[in-house]
Design a protein around this ligand. Structure first.
Ligand SMILES: Cc1ncc(COP(=O)(O)O)c(C=O)c1O
Length: 378
């Protein structure tokens, strides 16, 4: 895939992100005290599991998952029981209830792509069996159900900032209550790779905006900074991998990435993502092909989930037209293969993630919709 897609899957870093904002509201979870900023979301999952004392206990997890969040739970000593997720991405509370056993200590809920799970019912199951409720909001930053932010109900909430915002890394953990546990304090990650990622993102943005001049600037910068970049590559701690690395579980978020995070106009991010999702939905015009086929108030969509018949072919077509569509969750954690969840198998085979982020405008969305229509027609 070309490194420089005309329509990237995540927003680039622009100069505006460096300017402190005094005019915008601070939204959940940044308005809560006690939010721990980790290097990755998986580090937050591991910490939550340790703080809640899940070692040796069972956690009910959704059959539809990324995989690394489950690796983090397993690494913290938890055992997993899988629960059904239906064709519309809803974790089934009745199925969760049927999986509760004497060793159940937590129910792990993932809000996919910004869309809320049935929290009222899931919280009730957790309450009745005395289990903790963990909300994985890695894919649902700034989303709400009515007036309630996702992540505000659980005993622990996990966040992953770099999926929604232009930061090179960053996860978050919010615990509802204080839990005493011996955990190593978070340490700052190496600075050089962070600076290198941020600079790279800004140069990519410049090239995307003004093709010729931007490309020249990027080439010049590349030739002058090769030794620094080589060093940064050596020190880099990769983001977005499938594997849980216990060696980096104690790393926190860098101060420079945190600065970018704090400058974000969250209301504007939500507004633009919603407008782009709605426009894409309308212009594709095939609601039956969207896993989430309407946009309830308060949802901040991470992406548009399009269901296609031939994922490989669809991805090739999107990439060839400069659209960084993502092969969403084709496979899960190896521990999940012992049970069969046909609806999840279908989602894994069919869902393609289309960008609708705050960095895109109506012409970009029009282009994505046009290629999506082509994909669905042929
Ligand atoms: C649902 C879910 N939870 C947690 C994570 C872990 O996030 P990170 O990649 O920041 O470790 C991911 C990563 O994709 C995820 O999809």
């Amino acid at each position: 895939m070309d490194a420089l897609m005309a329509i990237p899957s995540v927003p680039d870093l622009g100069p505006a992100q460096w300017v402190p904002r005094t005019d915008s509201r601070v939204l959940f979870p940044f308005n809560r005290t006690g939010l721990e900023l980790t290097y990755l979301g998986r580090n937050a999952v591991w910490r939550a599991a340790r703080l809640l004392g899940l070692e040796g206990w069972e956690v009910i997890v959704p059959a539809y998952h990324h995989g690394v969040e489950l690796s983090a739970l397993l690494h913290a000593g938890a055992r997993l029981r899988f629960a059904r997720v239906d064709a519309s991405g809803r974790m089934d509370p009745d199925d969760v209830r049927s999986r509760v056993g004497p060793r159940t200590r937590a129910i792990y809920v993932i809000h996919y792509a910004g869309f809320p799970q049935p929290m009222e019912e899931l919280a009730e199951v957790a309450r009745r069996c005395g289990a903790f409720l963990i909300e994985d909001c890695a894919l649902s930053l700034f989303s709400r159900e009515a007036d309630r932010p996702l992540g505000s109900r659980g005993d622990a909430a996990i966040f992953c900032f770099y999926k929604t915002l232009p930061v090179p890394h960053g996860g978050g953990l919010l615990m509802r209550e204080f839990h005493a546990a011996e955990l190593t304090a978070l340490a700052p990650p190496p600075l050089l790779p962070t600076l290198s990622h941020l600079t790279g993102s800004m140069l990519m943005a410049a090239e995307r905006r003004s093709r010729g001049a931007g490309r020249l600037l990027r080439e010049v910068a590349k030739s002058f900074t090769r030794p620094v970049r080589d060093r940064a590559r050596l020190e880099d701690i990769p983001v977005g991998t499938q594997a849980f690395d216990p060696e980096v579980v104690h790393l926190g978020m860098s101060a420079v990435a945190e600065r970018v995070l704090r400058n974000v106009d969250a209301d504007e991010v939500v507004r633009r993502r919603r407008a782009n999702w709605l426009l894409l939905h309308e212009r594709i015009g095939r609601p039956e092909r969207a896993t989430w086929s309407s946009l309830p108030p308060g949802v901040c969509p991470l992406f548009y989930a399009l269901e296609v018949d031939d994922k490989d072919r669809a991805l090739r077509l999107f990439w060839s037209r400069g659209i960084q569509a993502v092969d969403f969750w084709r496979s899960g954690h190896p521990a999940a293969t012992c049970e069969h969840f046909p609806e999840v198998t279908a989602l894994r085979q069919r869902v393609v993630e289309l960008p609708c982020h705050q960095g895109l405008g109506p012409e970009d969305i029009e282009h994505v919709a046009q290629v999506a229509r082509e994909v669905l027609e042929t």
